[in-house]
Design a protein around this ligand. Structure first.
Ligand code: ZN
Length: 316
C-alpha cells in the first residue's frame, strides 16, 4: 500500500542490508506451464488443514491452500506478462534471505482475485485472512513474486500479504492472523535458513526504493498498527536486542505497542492533518458492504507494484 509520508516510529526499524537495484515479477495457471494447476484444482476439495494434500507450502496443521496466481503472456511483447517470474530458488543461485510482511489494503478475496488477473502485474507468495488466519499460497516460493517494488528484494524474499487496512486500527491484525503469519514465517525461515531477526523478517516499509527517485513513493505497510513485538514473540524471536548487531551500527527501537501512539496523518490525502481517532475502527464493526466498497476504492499495496513495474526501472 502507499500513502504519504507519515511520521511513524515502528518497533525495531532496522536497515535492510545490501538492498538497492530494482523491480518486480510473476506466473499462473491456464497456460500449460503451471506446475501447481492439478494440485490447485484438488485444493478446493481437500481439507485445509492438510497442507501436503492442498499443494501448498505450509506447515501441517495450518489452514492453508494453494490458489495459483496468474502466469500469462499479455501481448506480443516478450516482457509483457503477469504476475510473477519463474525461477528455481535457491538452487538457481537466488538465495531467499528475507520474509517481507505486507498488508493488503483490499479484502482477502479481492486480493486473491487481483493476483489471478494477469493484467495486475503483481503477486505475493502468500495471503492471510484477518478473520481466522487462513492462508492462501499463490506463488511457489521457488518463483519470484512481484510484491516489494524492488527487484533485488523480490528475487531474495518471500512475500506475505495480510488482510488489513493500515489506517483502520490494529484489529485487522487479529490473534488468528498473527498466529498463522508467525507459523508461516517460522516455517519459511527454517526452510531457507533465514535468520529470525528484524534484519531479515521485514516490513514492506523497510524496503528501499530501487533508485533515489523511487524512494518517496515506496510503501509503508503493514503500518503503525501492526504489532511487531507480538508477532516476533510468536515467531519465537522476541525483540529484545539480544539478536541485534553488537557492533553498534544497528540500533533496536522497541516502543511499547500499547502505549506508543504515533500521530498518523494520511487519512485525508494531504498528509498534514492527524487522522481522527475514530478511524481506528474494528474490522468487526464494518458492515460487509462497506468493506467491499472500500476494497474497490482503496489504493492497494499491489497497485503500486504495477506502477513501479511499468516504469521499467524496477524491472531488471
Ligand atoms: Zn506492501
Amino acid at each position: 500500500m502507499r500513502l504519504r509520508a507519515i511520521a511513524l516510529v515502528f518497533a525495531a526499524m532496522l536497515a535492510v542490508a545490501g538492498a538497492a537495484q530494482a523491480a518486480p515479477p510473476n506466473h499462473g495457471s491456464g497456460k500449460g506451464n503451471a506446475p501447481h494447476g492439478t494440485a490447485a484444482a484438488r485444493a478446493a476439495l481437500d481439507p485445509l488443514h492438510n497442507a501436503g494434500k492442498s499443494g501448498a507450502e505450509c506447515p501441517n496443521g495450518l489452514a492453508c491452500r494453494f490458489v495459483p496466481a496468474a502466469y500469462e503472456q499479455n501481448s506480443a511483447d516478450p516482457g509483457d506478462y503477469g504476475n510473477y517470474d519463474l525461477a528455481n530458488r535457491p538452487a538457481d543461485g537466488l538465495a531467499i534471505r528475507y520474509v517481507v510482511i505486507h498488508d493488503t489494503e483490499v479484502g482477502y478475496d479481492d486480493t486473491i482475485a487481483l493476483f489471478q488477473n494477469p493484467l495486475a502485474y503483481v503477486s505475493s507468495h502468500y495471503v492471510t485472512r484477518s478473520s481466522d488466519g487462513e492462508v492462501t499460497q499463490m506463488v511457489p516460493t521457488k518463483d519470484v513474486a512481484w510484491h516489494a517494488g524492488n527487484w533485488w528484494i523480490n528475487t531474495h524474499s518471500v512475500g506475505i500479504e495480510n488482510e488489513g487496512f493500515a489506517l483502520e486500527g490494529s484489529e485487522w491484525f487479529t490473534g488468528a492472523l498473527y498466529r498463522s503469519l508467525a507459523r508461516l514465517t517460522r516455517y519459511t525461515a527454517d526452510r531457507y535458513g533465514i535468520p529470525l531477526d528484524r534484519e531479515h523478517i521485514i516490513g514492506h516499509d523497510q524496503v528501499p526504493g530501487p533508485t533515489e527517485a523511487f524512494q518517496a513513493g515506496m510503501h509503508w505497510d503493514p503500518g503503525p498498527f501492526f504489532d511487531w513485538d507480538r508477532f516476533m514473540t510468536l515467531v519465537g524471536a522476541p525483540i529484545t536486542g539480544a539478536h541485534g548487531d553488537r557492533t553498534g551500527r544497528i540500533v533496536t527501537i522497541d516502543p511499547s505497542f500499547e502505549k506508543n501512539e504515533p500521530v498518523v496523518s494520511a487519512c485525508d490525502g494531504s498528509g498534514s492533518h492527524p487522522c481522527p481517532r475514530s478511524r481506528r475502527i474494528s474490522s468487526t464493526s464494518i458492515p460487509p458492504r462497506a468493506r467491499a466498497r472500500r476494497s474497490s476504492t482503496t489504493r492497494s499495496c499491489p497497485a503500486r507494484e504495477r506502477r513501479a513495474r511499468r516504469t521499467g526501472v524496477t524491472r531488471r
